[in-house]
Design a binder for this molecule. Structure first.
Ligand code: MG
Length: 259
């Protein structure tokens, strides 16, 4: 199988940190604005302004024709929701915000699912488990492991909790392009698949559904929902595989946490 994986040098990984820092900062700050009554377009405007103020370019805006600087996906929406003045957050919703910045041609990509006000215990559990899936996937991003070690780490946690792991959308390599090879599935078998090597930079992004893993493409050509209408969560970080293990790039120095 032909592969075109663009590995990054230590200097290039260092250069990717600024795009990652801005991506993480805007995601954290937009999360603080999530509350009942706010529209997803307001969140998008905030993110675009802030990325530019920080010296970056919104990575999503115009990507494949996407109109926003964030993807905003509520409740049963899995990914790729277009921000809109007509979509107003309400108490009890969950909202997945996916965003990224480009700096010096390098791309950062990250996502988080936020609670709008007080949410049900069922939704909170979905968020907690999906975040846990992401950390487990990131932890498996080590030289000597294989791609199946990332996927199985995510899948085992999600399925043990009774959830569905989205198959139709996966994580990806990232660098000067937002989507590079290889694909990073959130399912797989341990010790199988592509060998992970130092210099690979990946966006690991579990999309976990409360019910079926099956998805449904909506008519705007972007939005993807769960087939059964049950909620979905999405957490993502960009990580570099280094000799010392996973190095998360979409993070702020003050907020860095070891994997
Ligand atoms: Mg991504």
């Amino acid at each position: 199988m032909a592969r075109n994986i663009i590995k990054k040098s230590p200097a290039q990984i260092e250069a990717m940190k600024e795009a990652g820092r801005i991506s993480a900062k805007v995601l954290r700050e937009v999360g603080a604005l999530v509350k009942p009554g706010v529209s997803t377009l307001e969140l998008d405007r905030f993110v675009e302004t802030m990325i530019r103020l920080e010296g970056g370019i919104p990575a999503f805006k115009g990507y494949g024709g996407f109109p926003g600087s964030i993807c905003a996906s509520l409740n049963e929406q899995i990914v790729h929701g277009i921000p809109s003045a007509d979509v107003i957050l309400k108490e009890g919703d969950i909202i997945s915000i996916d965003t990224g910045a480009i700096v010096d041609g390098w791309v950062g990509d990250n996502a988080w699912t936020f609670a709008v006000g007080k949410i049900s215990a069922e939704k909170q559990r979905l968020l907690d488990i999906t975040e846990k899936c992401m950390w487990a996937g990131l932890d498996a991003a080590r030289p000597g492991n294989r791609m199946g070690d990332i996927g199985s780490a995510v899948q085992e946690i999600a399925e043990a909790a009774g959830y569905g792991v989205v198959r139709d959308y996966v994580g990806h390599g990232i660098g000067r392009d937002m989507h590079e090879e290889p694909n990073v599935p959130n399912y797989g078998r341990r010790h199988t698949g592509l060998k992970l090597e130092v210099g690979m930079v990946l966006a690991i992004e579990p999309m976990i559904n409360m019910g079926t893993f099956r998805t449904k493409q909506m008519s705007d050509g972007w939005l993807v929902c769960t087939q059964d209408g049950l909620p979905s969560a999405h957490f993502e970080k960009t990580v570099a595989i280094t000799e010392d293990g996973p190095l998360i790039l979409t993070t702020e120095p003050d907020h860095r946490r070891p994997v």
